[in-house]
Design a protein around this ligand. Structure first.
Ligand code: DAH
Length: 340
């Protein structure tokens, strides 16, 4: 009997159960009604007095050892989260990785840059905090021009004036001062105006400026470049028209309309039933602006244009309120996606 008890002791010590069924089978085999240990107790009853003396304590210890072991296996099973190997379903689809998307302003800006890049335009950047010379004076703004008023411009310092740039035209000046023609570049960036925020206007918005300076640059070059851009951006049937306008830094100056991409020119509420929507300002760089930057206006001529990115994004996606573009509401932003 002593031998049996010892070998069972060793067996119990090394026993394992990977799931509840195995544990139950082990329990039944060891301590169940017809289990090995109750059978040993049966055998004990009919043992000799000497044998009883020898095995009595061993048998009791074995019984305790078995119960301890069963409890231990039970406890360790509760600890591992997936107690049952069968709980793991490897065929289930994985959790979705939620990817972010580009902001609509960036989508539109990248698309505009990409279209002009095909026509040889590079990209230039200038500071958002600008001095009076680059934002106004070099661009021919007269001393008493309303844009120089506190009501339109966020000044940081007065005399000498330092302000948040009111347009990206300031980058034209920086490029012309620092590089020699031929120049063909875009200047995308944020601009700031001291305006009341409403559904149609914001005090911060984005512009893209274009500048081309070389020998013999003409209005025809400007028109063709803008026509190509408009058809790539808004569709191949798009028509453009230039309306005479005024900007201090271009002469002649124009505003460009495109045929309404919503109604195709028939008239709708987007184009206010005119069939046309204005998208940018442009013109031939005023010779005195070239001279302000040290470029000989007898040898060189140039064109420039500037457009508002929010305006184009609002037209393209039919966004009714400019403030949506600044609130970063994920439910709004999720609706836009792009490869670039
Ligand atoms: N800077 C002008 C504005 O903010 C836009 C503009 C008009 C830019 C004509 C130009 C241009 O380069 O030629 O309203």
């Amino acid at each position: 009997m002593t031998e049996k008890i010892k070998s069972l002791w060793a067996e119990i010590e090394s026993a394992v159960a990977v799931n509840e069924e195995e544990l139950e089978a082990l329990r039944i085999r060891l301590v169940g009604k017809k289990g090995i240990i109750p059978a040993l107790f049966e055998e004990f009853k009919s043992a000799s007095t000497e044998e009883k003396r020898e095995t009595g304590k061993l048998l009791n210890d074995l019984k305790n050892k078995a119960q301890e072991k069963l409890q231990q296996l039970k406890d360790s099973m509760g600890q591992s989260v997936s107690g049952k190997a069968s709980d793991l379903d490897l065929t289930l689809p994985a959790d979705e990785l939620s990817l972010g998307s580009r902001h609509p302003i960036n989508i539109v800006r990248n698309r505009i840059i990409e279209i002009f890049a095909r026509q040889g335009f590079t990209v230039s950047y200038g500071p958002e905090v600008e001095d009076d010379w680059h934002n106004f004076t070099a661009l021919n703004f007269p001393e008493e021009h309303p844009a120089r008023d506190m009501q339109d411009t966020f000044f940081i310092e007065k005399k000498p004036d330092i302000a948040l740039r009111t347009h990206t035209s300031s980058v034209q000046i920086r490029v012309m001062e620092n590089e020699k023609p031929p120049l063909k570049t875009l200047a995308p960036g944020r601009v700031f105006r001291n305006e009341a925020v409403s559904a149609r206007a914001h005090c911060i918005f984005h512009q893209i400026e274009g500048l081309y300076v070389d020998k013999n640059v003409s209005l025809a070059d400007l028109k063709q470049t803008l026509l190509y851009f408009s058809r790539e951006m808004f569709g191949k049937n798009t028509e453009i028209r230039l309306r005479p306008s005024f900007f201090p830094f271009t002469e002649p100056s124009a505003e460009m309309d495109i045929s309404c991409m919503i109604c195709g020119g028939k008239g709708c509420n987007i184009c206010k039933y005119s069939g046309w929507v204005e998208i940018l300002g442009c013109g031939m760089v005023d010779p005195s602006v070239l001279e302000n930057c040290g470029i000989d206006s007898k040898t060189y001529s140039g064109y420039a244009f500037g457009m508002g990115v929010e305006r184009i994004a609002m037209l393209q996606y039919q966004i009714k309120d400019i403030r949506l573009l600044f609130e970063n509401d994920i439910r709004f932003l999720k609706q836009f996606s792009s490869a670039i």
